[in-house]
Design a protein around this ligand. Structure first.
Ligand code: PLP
Length: 467
């Protein structure tokens, strides 16, 4: 705004077209490839977050202009049934009227205050009433912040530096979490990304998901040094992978035995796999929980919380520092409140509806893969579905690594051409919403059938299979 004013004054023509940035006047290219090329000149990879660039599946991402219910509407007018749902937040579908109205109303009251508001209390109380283990909550702006801050708290509360994470689990891009397994559970973490100090990464211990013995061994070797276990209770960043019976309870026990804390990262699963998140499904109580995505209704908000005596250590009530200029932003809080209220009203009918629709999608996809004689492992809870092209059970990251990723890529592009937009990676779960009504689900299942037929006719070696 400052630039515009200065320019206008200099030109002496405050309201003429010369005061409008050039990009608003010129004709935009309509094809995605031209847009990507232009974007790539000013943004790394042409995107604001890596998976959007289609590097895993190849081809060009769809530039979206708007969305509605279960639909993404591209800038060239094509419509896609959306199984990304903003990577999780849109459990009510895009542009739910209650959320949109709340955003408009909040914006009219002010965009940010830097002061406490009544609505933050309402959101924190609502989260606590649905997830009672979050006795106190701190609002932040992203899942990355939530997980990072919860880890800092766990380290501070225990006075220990090391922690355990699982290979293939994603907790945002804070340095300590950007660490993958070497070979086997005993490996001290090595950074996944340049820029993460090796010294810091050495405090991150990595185990395979669903491997309690490996975790027990890490405790045997480093017990007195481990602050917490950070886990996605249902893994959602290596496809979707359920915990094996007893796994989460085993983690709880190991933490208790060794004075460590249990941190559930429910940024993805919170209010998506069930009303009370994954922690309501398995009877295991974490000490700390990270939330995001659904609790913001599509706006940037996340939270971490847990036992009151732990959360009391966060500044200003305690010494563990964590702050944010836009934390508890009134527009984001309003959107989150509206979304959660919509989800839980009428006794949580939305979750029942989500379950019906999810079951229909799951059944349909199971039927398709059976008919096409494709090896596929489907796992689902609530509005999240894992679809891994493999004949083996999917328990840990290597199982997804060993899946038929080439077939996934071909399937992805056939589906995209027929108007179904999956997440562009076999490592992402499919997300859907209560706006994905029966007709939408049935169209999806039909499109999968056709896509499998077309993929079978492709020559897998041909570069044209990933346009
Ligand atoms: N934790 C989990 C389980 C996630 O899936 C994600 C993002 O997908 C994050 C944390 C990071 O959240 P954000 O992208 O909002 O920083």
């Amino acid at each position: 705004m400052g630039t515009l004013t200065t320019k206008s004054k200099r030109n002496g023509k405050p309201n003429d077209e010369s005061s409008v940035p050039a990009s608003q006047n010129e004709a935009w290219p309509t094809d995605d490839a031209a847009l990507l090329e232009r974007a790539s000149k000013v943004m790394p990879g042409g995107v604001s977050s890596p998976v959007r660039a289609f590097r895993t599946v190849g081809g060009t991402p769809v530039f979206v202009a708007s969305a509605e219910g279960p639909w993404l509407i591209a800038q060239d007018g094509r419509r896609y049934i959306d199984y990304i749902c903003g990577y999780g937040p849109h459990i009510l579908g895009h542009r739910h009227p209650a959320v949109v109205q709340a955003v408009v109303d909040a914006a009219q009251r002010g965009t940010t205050f830097g002061t406490p508001t009544r609505e933050e209390i309402e959101l924190a109380e609502l989260i606590r009433s649905e997830m009672p283990h979050l006795e106190m909550v701190r609002l932040v702006n992203s899942g990355t912040e939530a997980a990072m801050s919860a880890l800092r708290l766990a380290r501070a509360a225990t006075g220990r530096d090391k922690f355990i994470k699982f290979a293939g689990h994603y907790h945002g891009h804070a340095d300590s979490f950007l660490v993958a397994a070497g070979s086997g559970a005993q490996t001290l973490g090595v950074p996944t990304s340049p820029g993460v100090p090796a010294d810091l990464a050495s405090h991150t211990l990595v185990a395979p998901f669903n491997d309690l013995e490996a975790v027990a061994q890490l405790f045997a070797d480093h017990g007195g040094e481990i602050a917490c276990i950070a886990v996605e209770p249902i893994a959602g960043n290596m496809g979707m992978v359920l915990p094996q019976p007893g796994f989460l309870a085993g983690l709880r026990q190991l933490c208790d035995d060794h004075g460590a804390l249990l941190l559930f990262d429910e940024v993805m699963t919170g209010f998506r796999v069930a009303r009370g998140g994954a922690q309501s499904l398995f009877g295991v109580v974490p000490d700390l929980t990270a939330l995001g995505k659904v609790i913001g209704g599509g706006l940037p908000i996340a939270a971490y919380g847990g036992k009151a005596h732990l959360m009391a250590q966060i500044a200003p009530s305690g010494p563990v520092y964590q702050a944010g200029t836009l934390s508890g932003n009134p527009i984001a809080v309003a959107a989150g409140l509206a979304a959660l209220r919509e989800l839980i009203r009428d006794g949580g009918a939305a979750f029942q509806r989500l379950e019906e629709l999810g079951q229909r999608l799951e059944n349909g996809l199971r039927q398709v893969v059976q008919q096409r004689q494709v090896s596929c492992q489907i796992q689902r809870r609530g509005g999240m579905l894992g679809f891994v092209l493999s004949s083996d059970p999917i328990l840990r990251l290597e199982d997804v690594d060993a899946s038929d990723r080439d077939l996934f890529n071909r399937l992805f592009h056939h589906l995209l051409r027929s108007g179904v937009h999956l997440p562009p990676s076999p490592y992402e779960a499919f997300f859907f919403s209560i706006a994905h009504e029966e007709e939408i689900i049935d169209r999806t299942v039909e499109a999968f059938g056709a896509a499998f037929r077309a993929a079978a006719e492709d020559d897998p070696e041909s570069p044209s299979t990933t346009p």
